[in-house]
Write a protein that binds this ligand. Structure first.
Ligand SMILES: [Zn+2]
Length: 434
């Protein structure tokens, strides 16, 4: 039987012809982690101080590695140059990330040409499970900048003989649907909110199942309801991806629908820690995701706290890959607002609202005791949203006690609820936003 593409990628990335065992992969990871510590200590004055006590030869096990100090998003905001381990001349791209809903300096990440090539290579092998050569993929990701995510994905697809139609970030669902149909796209790649809109528009037009053969949901947390909507309406296979700018975009992807997301373990070493104590948690337990990028020579991250919660699934995948799997359930630690004694999360809102047949997309804001929902979709949406929210304990209790007011705005102009491609969050309103 042919090796599955992610295992072929793994063996090549490790520079060997056979797929490693889990144990061999762990030993290889430990060697790379030692190397990157040594490289960082000698190349970056910051890391030299930060990891002064971390002598690579003293790190005998992965548990030893997990005792090193962590860094966080502030390190990428304040003076990211300090994390550079090569000269600025070797940097091919600087990515600036302004987290939605926050002010202050943006995070900046520096990438070398090798980093970009590694991402294209990973995308190519990951997409090989999702779309077949000779087919067409519609990409609803930004494609305007060289080396941006849309361009890297297009380059990856070209390597495996797949034609890319670069739509760019979806601004209007009818335009995107028109292009999807005109170009005969077999696969669509985009964020969950936009794919949900596309699926609902597909359904409203009564278009047939089976034309779109696969969907890749990426860029943001994937609500189960959106994955189900896409699978049911398109009649297609739905894959999920997790990644962040900090991991070089690629991070983990499913080998088959529902498999769990195989981690990009050569390039991204993931630990799950208790967010309060920093203690590493065993597989199967949810905690904060902490990443290390052992193959990035330019700006390696060593034990970077992502602010995302997730867990590694126990046991092996049915594909038998040695790559561990991330549970698709990933959320921001800061996701949630307190209403009385209960917490309302974006996750709960997403699962509840995307299940509504008439709802294409939504945005949510909270402030001064009022939850405001901006919903896009068909007619009668306002009553449907109010009724669905009544299933959420935090909302019901807030309404009953009088602690919560509800405002629902609806529109149906084909535009997503939030312009652009920021990661979704439950926005907390300050007074100036009211
Ligand atoms: Zn698998």
């Amino acid at each position: 039987m042919a090796l599955q593409p992610l295992d072929q990628w793994l063996a090549r990335r490790m520079g060997q012809s056979v797929v490693p065992s889990r144990q061999e992969l762990r030993e290889w990871q430990l060697d790379r982690l030692r190397e990157i510590i040594s490289h960082a200590r000698s190349g970056s004055p910051f890391y030299a101080r930060h990891l002064a006590d971390a002598k690579p030869e003293a790190i005998a096990t992965l548990d030893d590695f997990s005792r090193l100090p962590m860094i966080g998003p502030d390190h990428l905001r304040d003076a990211p140059e300090r994390l550079l381990c090569v000269s600025q001349d070797e940097i091919a791209r600087v990515v600036t990330v302004q987290t939605s809903g926050t002010t202050g300096p943006a995070k900046r990440m520096f990438q070398t040409a090798d980093d970009l090539e590694a991402t294209v290579d990973y995308f190519a092998w990951g997409m090989a499970n999702i779309v077949v050569p000779g087919r067409t993929t519609l990409v609803l990701m930004p494609g305007d900048r060289p080396d941006g995510v849309g361009r890297l994905l297009g380059a990856a697809l070209a390597r495996i003989g797949v034609r890319t139609v670069a739509h760019g970030v979806m601004e209007n669902v009818e335009t995107a649907l028109g292009q999807c149909l005109d170009e005969g796209a077999h696969c669509v790649v985009g964020c969950p909110a936009h794919l949900n809109m596309l699926a609902r528009a597909w359904e409203r037009r009564g278009l047939p199942q089976g034309r779109v053969e696969s969907v890749l949901l990426c860029w943001d947390a994937v609500p189960d309801t959106v994955a189900r909507n896409c699978a049911r309406i398109f009649g297609c296979r739905v894959f999920r991806h997790w990644g962040m700018i900090e991991t070089g975009l690629g991070g983990a992807v499913e080998c088959a629908p529902g498999s769990g997301l195989h981690l990009r373990e050569t390039d991204v070493y993931l630990e799950i820690v208790d967010p309060d104590t920093g203690q590493v948690l065993p597989d199967g337990e949810f905690g904060e995701m902490v990443v290390t990028t052992p193959l990035k020579r330019g700006m390696p991250l060593i034990r970077y706290r992502t602010g995302d919660m997730g867990r590694i699934l126990r046991g092996a995948c049915s594909c038998a890959s040695p790559l561990r799997r991330l549970d698709p359930l990933v959320w921001r630690i800061s996701d949630g607002v307190n209403i009385g004694e209960r917490t309302l999360t974006l996750r709960a809102l997403s699962e509840c609202l995307y299940a509504l047949p008439g709802l294409d997309d939504f945005a949510a804001w909270f402030g001064q005791g009022v939850l405001r929902i901006g919903a896009c979709g068909g007619s009668g949406l306002s009553a449907a949203v109010a009724s669905a929210l009544a299933d959420l304990p935090a909302v019901v209790q807030g309404l009953v006690s009088g602690a919560l007011g509800l405002e629902i705005e609806t529109r149906s102009n084909g535009a997503p609820a939030i312009a652009g491609l920021g990661k979704r969050c439950l926005k907390i309103l300050g007074e100036k936003d009211q």
